[in-house]
Design a protein around this ligand. Structure first.
Ligand SMILES: [Zn+2]
Length: 95
């Protein structure tokens, strides 16, 4: 799923992300599934939707990753941009 998201899609993804934040809170106990890193500061830990579908709220589809690992996982998946959380949609590599 590449290219521009419509405004509606962006809004839908944004509220899906907020819902995930409520359902799967990050606490001091949260560790990165990949490297075991325990968050040092708020925002250093992220949720990853394993199947890439932010609307899939199944706990089996959610994993916690630190920022570097999340970037790695997403670039492996070819998404490049942490599910759009830190990069504007449409800014994904088209080249
Ligand atoms: Zn990590």
């Amino acid at each position: 799923m590449k290219g521009q998201l419509t405004k509606q899609e962006q809004t839908a993804r944004e509220s899906a992300r907020k819902r995930a934040q409520r359902h799967f809170p990050i606490t001091d106990k949260t560790i990165c599934r990949k490297c075991g890193f325990n968050r040092l500061f708020t925002g250093s830990m992220t949720r990853n939707h394993i199947d890439g579908n932010v609307f899939n709220m199944n706990p089996a589809n959610i994993e916690f990753l630190c920022l570097p690992c999340h970037a790695e996982v997403d670039s492996e998946a070819g998404a490049w941009g942490w599910n759009g959380a830190f990069r504007m949609p449409g800014e994904a590599l088209d080249k």
